[in-house]
Design a protein around this ligand. Structure first.
Ligand code: NAD
Length: 316
């Protein structure tokens, strides 16, 4: 029998790529409910879905900030069954916190964190009853490591990760799996939207030094980071497909091997100073960037030797 997959935020980016890829599974193992907040934005997904539309892919409305919309969507599914929930809808926010209103920050938390919690409140009880299910969350490397001027976004992803770490132990008791997918930079609308919003930031509330770092260091290098490290949404989709077909899926999966040396710094130093010092050097001490990059490359080689291979699924 086909597994029912419900994905949020499918009008663009990673959500769209995952919906299309999973629906096109060669063995037709999945029935995909690709959801989006605004159905009038479905054109790109319809095109990407091609012949799978109406067969292994159905588009439905779902706003993760609206409990009624979540309930209506789940109620409309046969037996309300969701075997695999992929919580993907999310938004970014960059800039100095002096320039952001609490309301803007709350919208990010409401979408990225409470959006996921609302989904779970609707779907988890059924999964527990069936003692079957896989909860997949598109988190971020910023769910385990903060980045300058991404304070609130990182907090929202840390919230998701802390929540899942707590829930994962209980979930095991019900035979449920939880997987956090942690992409590094991915080239999507997200990146462009966040950058455009960042460019529009009213910096009058920030002091000169902060405004200067944000404009002349952070924003100036923003696009370059995506160009040099960025993955495609399709790559993330391909890896997510592998994760949902594993018998024993991992709790965490970083999609971008170019980024893992950075997150490895966190685990290499229990005091937590190593990643902070490294980021500081990368951002503020350009002359030392060479050394930092060299260490980065050394770690990269070390890491690739030990690398977690997607092929060596624990179940094999
Ligand atoms: P995106 O902006 O293309 O996709 C986000 C989607 O979420 C959009 O389709 C948007 O309409 C939808 N969305 C926003 N609020 C919603 C709501 N209330 N209800 C339903 N849908 C809503 O960007 P993306 O890169 O595809 O982002 C997908 C996920 O990946 C996000 O959770 C994001 O945090 C995460 N992520 C992105 C990157 C990156 O660099 N692009 C990196 C790591 C993690």
């Amino acid at each position: 029998t086909q597994k029912v997959v419900l994905i949020t935020g499918c009008s663009s980016g990673i959500g769209l790529a995952m919906a299309a890829r999973i629906a096109k599974d060669e063995k037709k193992r999945f029935m995909v409910y690709a959801t989006m907040r605004n159905l009038s934005k479905g054109e790109a997904l319809v095109e990407a879905a091609g012949r799978t539309l109406g067969r292994t892919l159905v588009i439905k409305q779902l706003d993760v900030c609206d409990e009624c919309s979540i309930k209506a969507c789940v109620d409309s599914l046969p037996e309300r069954r969701v075997d695999i929930l992929i919580s993907n809808a999310g938004m970014g926010l960059i800039g100095p916190i002096e320039c952001q209103s609490i309301d803007e920050m709350k919208t990010v938390m409401d979408t990225n964190f409470f959006g996921f919690v609302r989904l779970l409140k609707e779907i988890l009880p059924d999964m527990k009853r069936r003692k079957k299910g896989h909860i997949v969350v598109i988190s971020s490397v910023m769910g385990i490591q903060g980045i300058i001027f991404n304070d609130v976004y990182a907090a929202s992803k840390f919230a998701v990760e802390g929540f899942c770490e707590s829930l994962a132990v209980q979930a095991l008791r019900f035979n449920l799996n939880i997987s956090l997918i942690e992409p590094g930079p991915v080239i999507t609308e997200f990146e462009r939207k966040v950058y455009d919003e960042g460019m529009k930031t009213d910096l009058s509330k920030a002091d000169k030094i902060t405004a200067d770092i944000f404009t002349n260091v952070y924003l100036k290098n923003y696009n370059q980071i995506f160009e040099s490290l960025g993955q495609t949404a399709e790559e993330v989709a391909e890896q997510t497909l592998k994760i949902i077909t594993m018998e024993n899926p991992p709790f965490r999966h970083q999609t971008n091997t170019l980024y893992t040396p950075m997150t490895t710094l966190k685990y290499a130093d229990p005091n937590g100073d190593l990643p902070i010092d490294t980021f500081y050097k990368m951002v503020f001490e350009h002359d030392k960037v060479f050394n930092a990059s060299l260490n980065f490359l050394k770690l990269l080689r070390w890491r690739s030797r030990k690398s977690f291979s997607m092929e060596t699924d624990k179940s094999n």
